[in-house]
Design a protein around this ligand. Structure first.
Ligand code: GLA
Length: 704
């Protein structure tokens, strides 16, 4: 709901439990008023009467107060918008009007010197506490006017209320160790997170959370969060200003060295930088993020995801039709619903130094193309998926030999390879068209139901010889990727897509709005995964988090041995997959795995679509996560290591009705809700790397 004060200068957006207010002063400055619990319009009007900080000779009265900081005038805070022409740098906006369109508020400003139009967009829905913000910058000049260079154009600036101090939570990592949660006090200055790699990156998820004075816990206290929806280079800057105020800006691009050049008549729309206030601790904030993504971001999120098999760890590049048929037979017998052939099926791709770019089946490996295998997979009752990495080429490929100018490169410089590959310049229309033809052709000629879309290196030589403003390649690559995905989804509506980038190198709200799930990490070790999943869940729901059970020992990474039970209970916390070499699993292992897959299918709606409670973090001892949906609850518990004389603590459950009784479907015991919530559940886990699943159903529910 959006309310406007009679003055026409105060706007109040109200969501499920929170509110957001802003104020246009008599001097035309757009100031932040409130972000927190719901307010009335009268409260917002009272806030607008509070005096601003007194003028001081070396401080700007605007810093830390403004809704969107532009470069110009009496401001020393980091600008969200920095624009220049050959003549004039900076921008000065006059208020030009407000529109309310359903749940979207638009505030328009005009800069007469640059002939620039700036629109700030806000959207808050009644059933959510997420505020979506973005901005549009338009060149409103006439042909012949100079182009406007956008050095920086952030989506939004978020302002936190004055408090004594703040703690910052972030998700950092690297390849095979993504989304590690770390919390630290916010100190004066700027804390900058981002990626200058051309993709979201393994190093930071585009998300931050802040809690005042470090007082929030998992289930209590105020938490602010911000998350950016962009799959290219990005930056979130958390500024702790000299007077202790905190503002958070975020947008596409890492540096301030130029995003785009806007010709007259053209406009740039930033990605969405979403924000959330929660009174219910980190867990409450996560659940609100999850609910919003399931309702508003992820396509058709109400459909549960199938159990998949992926061939990568089982076979690596050594693949062939017969071997894939054998795996498919075993996967189907386990209850797998989607069989995905990973890398190695196309061109000369028998190793990682050749074939990328040539998206036709390797004739020696698949003499009749992929269709015979796809048909067999379908006959086994599974859906059929393939791996692609469309944005890349190996220099040793037919595509690169035909079009060496199609890759990002700088004139006269060496073309840097990572994993023996170069990045195609997707900003080029001819490259876009080529990829469309290849992928559309592939999906039209083979009955493919699922595409795992990978991206296995970062940008390094992002040049575009001959282009007037090569810098635009960074933004246009992402737009072209989004455009291709959108076009393919529209043309092949039954095909689902997975985003992968060497594991979790491209996970963000932008890619999630056009893919069905993401590959969380190349690290499939079930214990390492618990920490990765714990971090991932801070922002994203289990419904999009792919997790595979692979072989033990984990020869690819750390050699750890773990039971099938531990591996399954770890991977069941997301979208379950199997990625081991099933031809080497014993009959006993296959039988046990069949049981786990069956159990997962039963709990899947609760895990994928339910409310998630992180009961205990994976910090060495007992950890657990719980999911609640309607009358059902599921607990996945893991014991990393046990020390003599110390019993693992009882697990205090969450989200149950204290007045109800719950039957544990695994033990048959009936528990009082109040007891599970307060005294807790004894898991009975013992020893190292033990794990268990507990299913609870409200007594009386579903019993006739
Ligand atoms: C990346 C992915 C893996 C696998 C390989 C194939 O590393 O993350 O899952 O698909 O590429 O080359």
């Amino acid at each position: 709901m959006i309310e406007t004060a009679d003055s026409g200068r105060i706007w109040l957006l109200s969501g499920r439990t929170s509110g957001y207010a802003l104020h246009l002063t008599d001097h035309g400055e757009l100031l932040h008023l409130h972000w927190g619990p719901r307010l009335t319009l009268a409260d917002a009007e009272a806030l607008a009467l509070l005096p601003l900080a007194p003028h001081r000779p070396f401080e700007s009265p605007l810093d830390g107060q403004e809704e969107y900081v532009v470069e110009c005038g009496p401001r020393f805070a980091r600008p969200a918008l920095s624009v220049r022409t050959p003549e004039v740098r900076g921008t000065e906006g006059e208020f030009a009007g407000a529109d309310v369109d359903g749940d979207e508020l638009r505030l328009r400003f005009a800069d007469a010197v640059h002939r620039l139009g700036l629109t700030l967009h806000y959207r808050m829905r009644d059933d959510s506490d997420v505020v979506e913000r973005w901005a549009t910058v338009a060149h409103e000049g006439a042909p012949g006017d100079p182009d406007l260079e956008l050095l920086r154009a952030d989506a939004a600036v978020w302002t936190l209320p004055p408090r004594e101090g703040w703690r910052l939570s972030q998700l950092h990592g690297r390849w095979a160790a993504e989304s590690r949660l770390v919390r630290s006090p916010l100190t004066p200055g700027d804390k900058v997170l981002g990626s200058r790699r051309g993709h979201t990156g393994h190093q930071h998820l585009p998300w931050v959370a802040l809690d005042a004075e470090g007082t929030a816990t998992e289930e209590s206290g105020e938490v602010y969060g911000c998350a950016l929806g962009w799959s290219g280079s990005w930056r979130i800057a958390v500024q702790h200003l000299p007077d202790g105020r905190v503002q958070i800006s975020g947008g596409a691009g890492y540096d301030d060295s130029g995003l785009l050049s806007l010709a007259p008549g053209h406009a740039y729309t930033t990605p969405v930088f979403a924000g959330l206030w929660s009174p219910d601790g980190f867990g409450g904030a996560s659940r609100e993020w999850h609910a919003w993504q399931l309702a508003r971001v992820v396509p058709e999120a109400g459909r549960v995801r199938p159990v998949l098999f992926n061939s990568w760890e089982a076979t690596r590049f050594d693949i062939g039709e017969e071997q894939q048929r054998a795996l498919a037979g075993r996967a189907a017998a386990l209850g797998v619903e989607l069989f995905v052939v990973d890398d190695g099926w196309f061109g000369e791709r028998t190793h990682d130094a050749a074939g990328l770019g040539d998206w036709t089946p390797n004739p020696e490996r698949f003499p009749g193309g992929l269709k015979p295998l796809a048909d067999e997979v379908h006959a086994l009752g599974m859906r059929f998926g393939i791996w692609v990495e469309p944005e890349m080429v190996n220099p040793d490929s037919a595509l690169y030999r035909a079009h060496p100018e199609w890759v990002q490169h700088q004139s006269g410089r060496r073309r840097t390879e990572f994993r023996n590959q170069l990045v195609l310049n997707l900003a080029r229309p001819d490259v876009q068209e080529h990829l469309w033809e290849q992928l559309d052709g592939l999906l039209s000629s083979v009955p493919v139901d699922y595409v795992k879309w990978d991206f296995n290196r970062s940008f390094s030589d992002a040049g575009w010889p001959g282009e007037e403003y090569p810098q635009r390649l960074w933004i246009d690559h992402v737009r072209a990727l989004y455009g291709l995905l959108d076009r393919l989804r529209a043309a092949h509506p039954s095909v689902d897509f997975e985003s992968c980038s060497g594991g979790g190198g491209r996970i963000d709200l932008g890619i999630l709005s056009r893919t069905d799930q993401v590959w969380t990490s190349d690290n499939t070790d079930p214990l390492d995964r618990l920490a990765i999943q714990h971090g991932f869940s801070q922002l994203h729901p289990a419904r999009v988090m792919a997790a595979w059970v692979t072989d033990s020992p984990n020869t690819l990474l750390n050699g750890r041995r773990s039971s099938l039970r531990f591996r399954f209970v770890s991977a069941m916390a997301g979208v379950l997959g199997v990625g081991g070499d099933l031809t080497r699993w014993s009959e006993d292992e296959l039988a046990e795995a069949r049981g786990w897959v069956e159990l997962y299918k039963e709990i899947r709606p609760v895990v994928q679509l339910g409310a998630q409670y992180r009961l205990r973090p994976p910090e060495g001892g007992l950890s657990a996560v719980q999911y609640v949906r309607g009358d059902d609850a599921v607990v996945l518990a893991h014991l990393q290591a046990q020390h003599h004389g110390l019993r693992p603590p009882a697990l205090r459950l969450r989200g149950l009705d204290p007045a109800a009784a719950y039957r544990c479907l695994d033990t048959g015991a009936v528990h009082r809700g109040a007891v599970l919530l307060h005294r807790g559940l004894d898991t009975g886990l013992v020893g190292d790397l033990d794990a268990a699943v507990f299913r609870f159903r409200r007594a009386g529910a579903g019993e006739g």
